[in-house]
Every structure is written in C-alpha cells, then in structure tokens.
Design a binder for this molecule. Structure first.
Ligand SMILES: Cc1cc2nc3c(=O)[nH]c(=O)nc-3n(C[C@H](O)[C@H](O)[C@H](O)COP(=O)(O)OP(=O)(O)OC[C@H]3O[C@@H](n4cnc5c(N)ncnc54)[C@H](O)[C@@H]3O)c2cc1C
Ligand code: FES
Ligand code: FES
Length: 493
C-alpha cells in the first residue's frame, strides 16, 4: 500500500500535505508556510539550537519527546509524528513551567536563543520526569548556544522546572495524542511527488530495496544531520529523497553472545547505551558526539555511509573489528568495515545499494580498548583527530593490536605500521613505546585544514599512542587526561 500524502500532528490537528519540495526543511515550512515564526533560524547548520522544536513519537507504548533542530530536518521526516513548537507550550495564556522558570530566573536577554532553549528544556522536562542534575542539564544544553545571557540563570531555570515530575497539558492529553499518533501509523509506504522529484519513506526493507534500485540517483536520508547541511549550506538541488527512518528492519538492535547487530537507521542516542557498554571511552565519545539534538536524529548508518574522514564512529568500530552489511535488491553482502572506505569520498557501495546493519563484536577477554576524541571544544565539535586502540595483552606483551585513526587521512584508516610496532612489545618497556608512536609518520601524511595543521595532527596522534600505552600499563586517567576522564576503570587495567 502506498500513500501519496505526508501526515503528521500539529497543535491538535492532522496536517496532510500532498505537495511539497522534497528538500523542504521543517523550519522553512514553519516560518514560510505556517507563519509560525517563534522558531528562529541562527546558523542553519544544526549547531546553535535556535531552531529547536520537539518531535513526539510512540516508543514502547509511551510518548517520547525528542529535541530536533528544525533547520536541518526535512519536512517529510515528520511523517507519523507530532511536531511541537514554542507556540504550543503556553496553556490558555499561562506559561509552561519551563517558560515560567526561565522568566523567574532571568534566563533570557535578547531572547533570540530562548525559543530553542525552552524547547530543549521542554523535551528534558518530559524525559527526566523530575529527576535531573546540573550535569544532565549541561548535556541537554550543549547544542543550544546563548551569546548574551550566560548559562547560570538558564541552568537554574532548568533545575527549578525539572525538579518535579512533568505535569502539563501534554501529560493530561497524552492518551488522546497517543491514539491520534496510532491512527496515523498506517504501515503504508509514503511517496509524495513523481518519478522526477519525490519524497519517499518506505516502511519495509523490500520496498526500500526496490525503490532505491529504480532510483539509484536518489539521496538516502536517515537523520539528515549531514544531508540537511547540503541543502542549507551547499544549496544542493536534491530532487529525489528516500527517507529510511520508517523502515522497521533498519531500526532494530540485536544483542548476541558475540556482539551487537545495529540497524543502519538506529539513532546515535538509541545506540549509545549499548555501544557505550562495550567500553566507557566509547560512551564518552558518543556523549560528545554533536549535541542531544544531533544524536537524537543522526544515525549509526549515516555516520558510516557518509564516508567522512572525521566521523567518530568509524575509527572506533574499525579498531573493534566491526563489519558492515549492505543490500542491493535481493543481494546482501557483508564486509569488514575498514574495507568499506576506499578513498576520500569513495566507499565500496554500488548504485542502489544501501547500508543495512553494522555488526560490532564484544571485546575479547584480555583486550584493552581506548578511544580519544581531540577537538577544539569539548562539546558539540567535530574531531580534528580520533584515535582508537584495541590491544590484547598476553603475559605482559602486546599479542594483538588494532589501531585506527580518523582525521589523519582521506578516510578513517587502520595504522598498520603502528600495529606492527606494537605487536610483541612488552607493555612495561616504556623506553620502546616511541617505536610505535614514531610509526604514525609511516602510516599517515596528515593534512592541514581549518581544524588543525598537519604538524599538530601528527604530534597529537603520536602522543595518543603513548597515552594509550601508559593507561593500559596502569597510569590513572586523571594523570593522562585533562578533561573527559575515563569513566570506569577497566578490570584488566
Ligand atoms: C551540529 C553537528 C554536529 C555533529 N557532530 C558530529 C560529531 O561529533 N561526530 C561525528 O562523527 N559526526 C558529527 N556530525 C555529523 C553527523 O551528525 C553524523 O555523520 C551522523 O551520524 C549522520 O547521520 P544521519 O543519519 O543524520 O545521516 P544523513 O545526513 O541522513 O546521511 C548522511 C549520508 O549517509 C547516507 N546514508 C544515510 N543512511 C544510509 C543508509 N542506510 N544506506 C546508505 N546511505 C545512507 C546519506 O545518503 C548521506 O550521504 C555532526 C553534524 C552536525 C550538524
Ligand atoms: S538554526 Fe542553528 S541549529 Fe538550526
Ligand atoms: S538571550 Fe540573547 S542569545 Fe541567548
């Protein structure tokens, strides 16, 4: 069954649209078509949170409130969801508890960032259910930039508003809204437009495979945290969009005795607890991945399929020995993740082939993992270098080594000379650690760009080899790390 109109909930009504440009963003629709201008545009690239809205969907029988940057979210991604904006919060003229606390605490000066901040806090108000902390709020606000008020009163307002369990008109109307959302869930493929220009959101993997085989020139969109910027910054004339967010088979996570199979469309927020359980450094890198809005939309598959040399997941997953599963029509194939990246901007993916799943093995006993994200800013910044180490120690010697770097070449890549220098090295032989760190220069010719110079990248990558060895040999992370301490000491060292 195919439906030819987009449908979503907004302010208590169902919006149905059978004509819109496939690249229309939620923000443009709000401001230009709906004339809901409370939601602001700041950066138009997902960084500042001025455009934050909340998207509500049903998960496990309850409503989940997710903060979303509307500037880089495509209108079609709203299919089957409820969109809440700052205009919706007040109840019969009375401010929402989050808005009232912001006013009481003087959390707004020029007010430009305020609608976005209020929406991020509104999502947190519903998510935390009266149990929050200053740290959690700082995390929630990492993607909302305020240039004039300062964060102290904003955080105080959040602490005040979120001190009690959520009790607002959204809680009181939850049952009716849940019913309304369920009635939109017709399990039909969405196709709005024609063969030359369309927004499609298939529900089954089979429909996705057939549609993409028919239109291999279409742009696959998962969370749009990359594609959204092609539209707003590069003004890319994208005419055919296939959104994979509704494909059930791509949204599942399976745990097996060997590891995890993660669907390509699983968001980074959903994948984080499970990937983070493999090692605390993975948890910390994911906590620093973009912002809460970026992690809510951005997907595991998107961070791999984009082939970015500075994506955070790829080097960590390569060092762990992950593999990627691809599908084109009926043909499914699996390859080691490291082989997927061929050259800058080039992956081993055929026309009409999509990323289906990633297989991430658990760490073998005796294996030590470390990952370090080097960026100019701790939160919401892209890596200049990301280094990941997976070392197996037998009787005090390194018996196996997998080391991968992001930011050091045109693709995320294993450091084979470093690995060769590590294999067989006695861990306690500090004076020989430089043999491995010097080998970084054999593996990589680093590049200079706006994030870092080649010399800086080379120096930092070498130092990270030493840091990993020092930590695995037993140095406490409060002596090796200035910020982002290793969260839990691993049993083996
Ligand atoms: C403010 C901001 C901060 C960010 N911070 C980070 C960061 O800290 N670390 C980091 O690594 N990245 C970061 N990113 C980049 C981005 O969020 C990630 O790359 C994210 O994982 C992309 O996922 P997505 O689902 O949004 O991809 P999309 O934008 O939907 O797609 C990205 C690419 O992958 C393709 N694609 C997506 N899914 C599939 C599939 N199943 N099969 C085939 N092709 C597919 C698309 O066609 C496109 O080419 C940031 C982005 C923003 C805007
Ligand atoms: S306008 Fe800055 S994140 Fe959307
Ligand atoms: S109140 Fe002015 S930018 Fe935040």
């Amino acid at each position: 069954m195919t439906r030819d109109c987009l449908q979503f909930l907004r302010s208590g009504r169902v919006v149905r649209l059978n004509e819109f440009l496939p690249r229309t963003t939620v923000l443009d629709w709000l401001r230009e078509s709906e004339r809901s201008i409370g939601t602001k545009e700041g950066c138009a690239e997902g960084d500042c949170g001025a455009c934050a809205t909340v998207v509500v969907r049903e998960h496990g029988g309850r409503l989940v409130y997710v903060p979303v940057n509307s500037c880089i979210t495509l209108l079609g991604q709203l299919d089957g969801a409820e969109l809440i904006t700052v205009e919706d919060l007040a109840d019969d003229g009375e401010l929402h508890p989050v808005q009232a606390a912001m006013a009481r605490q003087h959390g707004s000066q020029c007010g430009f960032c305020t609608p976005g901040i209020v929406m991020s806090l509104f999502a947190h108000y519903h998510a935390c259910n009266g149990a929050t902390t200053r740290e959690a709020i700082n995390n929630v606000l990492a993607g909302n930039l305020c240039r004039c008020t300062g964060y102290r009163p904003i955080v105080d307002a959040a602490l005040e508003a979120c001190a009690e369990a959520a009790d607002d008109r959204f809680i009181r109307s939850a049952t009716a809204r849940l019913q309304a959302l369920r009635s939109l869930d017709d399990k039909a493929d969405l196709f709005v437009g024609n063969d030359g220009s369309f927004f499609a959101a298939p529900v089954s993997e089979q429909s996705l495979a057939q549609l993409y085989a028919r239109h291999p020139d279409a742009t696959i969109v998962a969370g749009a945290t990359d594609v959204g910027l092609w539209i707003t910054k590069k003004l890319a004339p994208i005419e055919k969009v296939i959104h994979v967010g509704r494909v059930a088979g791509l949204s599942s996570i399976e745990a097996t005795s060997e590891g995890y199979a993660i669907g390509a469309a699983v968001s980074l927020a959903r994948a984080a607890p499970m990937l983070g359980s493999i090692d605390p450094d993975v948890a910390e890198v994911l906590r620093r991945f973009g912002s809460i809005q970026v992690r809510a939309c951005g997907t595991v598959g998107g961070d791999i399929a984009n082939g970015s040399p500075i994506g955070d997941l790829a080097p960590m997953l390569i060092a762990m020995g992950a593999s990627v599963e691809l599908r084109r029509e009926e043909r499914v194939r699996t390859l080691p993740l490291e082989s997927f990246f061929l050259d800058y901007g080039k992956q081993d993916r055929q026309p009409g082939e999509f990323v289906r799943r990633l297989f991430v093995p658990k760490l073998a006993p005796g294996t030590h993992f470390r990952a370090y994200k080097i960026s100019k800013r701790i939160d919401e910044d892209i890596s200049a270098v990301l280094a990941a180490f997976c070392l197996k120690i037998d009787a005090g010697r390194i018996s196996e080594a997998k080391v991968a770097f992001g930011g050091m070449a045109g693709i995320p890549k294993r450091a084979q000379a470093v690995e060769a220098a590590l294999r067989g090295l006695p861990l306690a032989a500090m004076l020989r650690w430089h043999e491995a760190s010097d080998a970084v220069g054999v593996d990589f010719t680093a590049l200079t760009d706006l994030r870092a110079s080649a010399a800086y990248r080379l120096r930092v990558a070498r130092n990270l080899v030493i840091k990993a060895l020092a930590e695995i040999a037993g140095a406490e992370s409060d002596t090796t790390r200035i910020a982002g301490r290793r969260m839990i000491a691993d049993a083996a060292g």
